[in-house]
Design a binder for this molecule. Sequence first.
Ligand code: GLU
Length: 494
Amino acid sequence: MIIKTRLAPSPTWFVHIGSLRLALYDYLFAKKNNWIYALRVEDTDQTRSVEWTYENMVKVFEEVGIIPNEWPSPYKDLGNWPYIQSERLPLYRPFIDKMIEEGNAYYCFCTSERLTELRAEQESLKLPTKYDWLCRDLPLEDAKKRIEDWEKYVVRLKVPKWEKISFNDLVRWRVEFSSSEVDDQVLLKSDWFPTYHWAVVIDDYLMKVTHAFRWVEWLSSMPKQILVAKFLKIELPEYAHLPLIVDINRKKLSKRSWDVAVEEYLKKWYLKEALLNFILFLGWNPKTTEEIFSLEEMVERFDIKDVHKSDAVFDIEKLNWMNGQYIIKTPIDELFAKLEKYLSTYEVDFYNNVFIKHNDEYNKRILTELKTRMKKFDEYIELTTFIYNDSKINTSLLLNEKMWITTLELAKTTLIIALDIINSQEEYNAENIKNMFIEKIKEAGLKNWQVLWPVRVALSWELFSPWAFELIGILWPEKSSERIQKIIDEIEKI
Ligand code: GLU
C-alpha cells in the first residue's frame, strides 16, 4: 500500500510546537514506510487566515529539515494539486450536490439572528447547543426555488437520529459515539466555502491520504467525518489523535503565547536536532532509558502505535538539558560557526567589542572548554565574563580555610610554583602540565588544593569557575601567566 501522511495546518499564526510534533510524526511515519508526507493549508476560515504564516511554515520546516514531499506552490512547486484549500473550491462542489440529491445533506435558510437566539435560549435552559432541524425536512424542490430567488443558504449534514458511530484510532483504539450527540454540521457556508469538517474529508480522499495524525481536540469531529465518508461511500484515512501538550503545571499550553511558537526556539538558537529530539518525546518514548536520538534513529524507532494517550508535559528544562547534550556532541567547528552566527545576530555589542577582538583559535578554545557547561548559546556571555574581562582582581578569594590556605604568603608561594611550571612549557599539553603540577606539589610538600585553589582564583577571579587545569588550557599561554603574575604583584603590594 502507498503510505501518505499529511499535515493540515490552518494559517492563522506562527507554526505551533504542536504542529511541529505533528509534522515530525508525519515525517517519521512516512519516511519509515518510504513514502509521502504532504502539507495542505486549511484556510477555509478566511477571516482567520493570514498570508505571512505561509512563509513562516516554509521557514520552520526548512530550517528544522522536516520538509514535506508535497506542499503548496508557489513556495515549492512539488506535487500536483493545489495544496491550499481556498484554491480547491471547485473540487468540493460535486460531492455536496451528491449528498443533497441523496438526502444526506440539506439546504438551511436560517438567518444568523435566528441561530443566535436559538443558541441563547438553549443556553438559558442549560440544553446542548444544537441546530433545531427547522429546515431539515424542507422539500428539495421548495429549497431550490428559494435559492433561485437569491435567498442565502448553507448546507448542513443530515445526521441520523439514533446511530452508533465508531472507529479504531491508532492511539486510542476503539472509540464510539452516538449520533444523537452530533449536531447537523454546516458543510457549505453561505460564502460557498466549505467548512473544515467537509473539506478535510474530501481532501484526504482526493489526495489519497492514508494516515492522518492530529490533536486529540479533533476527536469530537470524527462522527461528522465518518458520516460524510459513509454517505459518499469513500474511505477515510486511519487516524491517530495525539495527546494534549501541557505545561509543567499540567495546564494546556496556551495557543498564542511565544512559548508555543517554533519561531521563538529557532530565534533562541536551540539546535534543531535537540528541538526535534525533545519534540519526539512529547507523546512518544522508546520504552527504554535512551533519550538522545538522531533523525535516522528516530525514523527507525518511531511507531505511531507507541504514542501514548496521556498528556505530554512540555518541560523547558528538559529541552535545555537536551540542547546541552547536543552542544557537547556537535563538532567544534560547526558549533563555533553557529555561535558566531548567534552572537553576530543577537549580541551585536558583545560580538563587535569583545568576541572578534580575539582570534578564532582563542575563542574556539574557550568554546571547547565551556561547551560541557553551556546549555544554550544565550549563556555564553555570562559563562565567559571571567575570561574576556580582565579588570577584576580580588586577593581575598585566595584565602580558603577548607583548602588550607590561611595566609596570602602561602598563596603567593603556591602561585609562584604554578607560574614556573607554565613558563617552563613550550607548548600546551594538558597531560604534561598536570603531571608537572603533581610532581612539583609533592616536592614542595603541599596538598593539591593548596596550589590548585589559588591558581583557579588567579585565573578566573571568581568563586565559581571551571577548574584550574581547564582554565590554564583556555588562557594558554600569555593570559595564564599574566593573570597569575598580576595577582602575585597584588599580594606583594599588601
Ligand atoms: N486544520 C486543522 C488544524 O489546524 C487540521 C485538523 C486535521 O488535521 O484534521 O488543526
